[in-house]
Design a protein around this ligand. Structure first.
Ligand code: FES
Ligand code: FES
Length: 161
């Protein structure tokens, strides 16, 4: 089938079997490699993307569902101020990373901050249950999210709330 959607602010069109995984289309069809093919069963979060404003695991989405949708991959998100807030938060907290599941972690932070601009520690830990990472201590992720929240508040409002 033919599928048209907005990908990182560009109108795109692709031909694919309706049930092809969206991650395969992004990686093989559009050469966007930041969504990683990890577990491919919805557990690890390495394949995360922003789909119609929500963070989703692209290994679980058949491409026919992308028809008419708006998709932002890490490549697109990396051009935003929101990404810079999170990156600075990671740096401030000294988050250690091999890079493998960085996409999942960064987009999860974005999802958390979109829901609550000042999230509580336990809320952050609960949300990160959906991202499997060998490299980063949960406590340093909590510190990174709190730092990113603070940086974002200052950027947008010139102060913390
Ligand atoms: S590759 Fe999609 S959740 Fe692991
Ligand atoms: S950053 Fe290394 S596995 Fe998550």
């Amino acid at each position: 089938m033919t599928i048209e959607f907005i990908l990182n602010e560009q109108e795109v069109i692709t031909q694919a079997d309706a049930n092809t995984r969206l991650i395969d289309i992004l990686r093989e069809g559009f050469h966007l490699l930041e969504a990683k093919a990890g577990c491919l069963i919805g557990i690890c979060g390495a394949c995360s993307i922003i789909f119609n404003g929500k963070i989703v695991k692209s290994c679980l989405i058949p491409v026919f569902q992308a028809q008419g949708s708006k998709i932002v991959t890490m490549e697109g998100f990396a051009k935003t101020d929101g990404y810079q807030d999170i990156l600075k938060g990671f740096e401030k907290a000294g988050v250690e990373t091999c890079g493998y599941c960085e996409t999942g972690k960064i987009l999860m932070v974005e999802a958390i901050l979109a829901k609550n601009r000042q999230p509580a520690r336990n809320e952050i830990l609960l949300e990160f249950g959906g991202v499997r990472c060998r490299c980063t201590e949960p406590e340093s992720l909590v510190e990174a999210v709190l730092a990113a929240a603070d940086i974002r508040q200052r950027r947008i409002y010139g102060r913390t709330a």
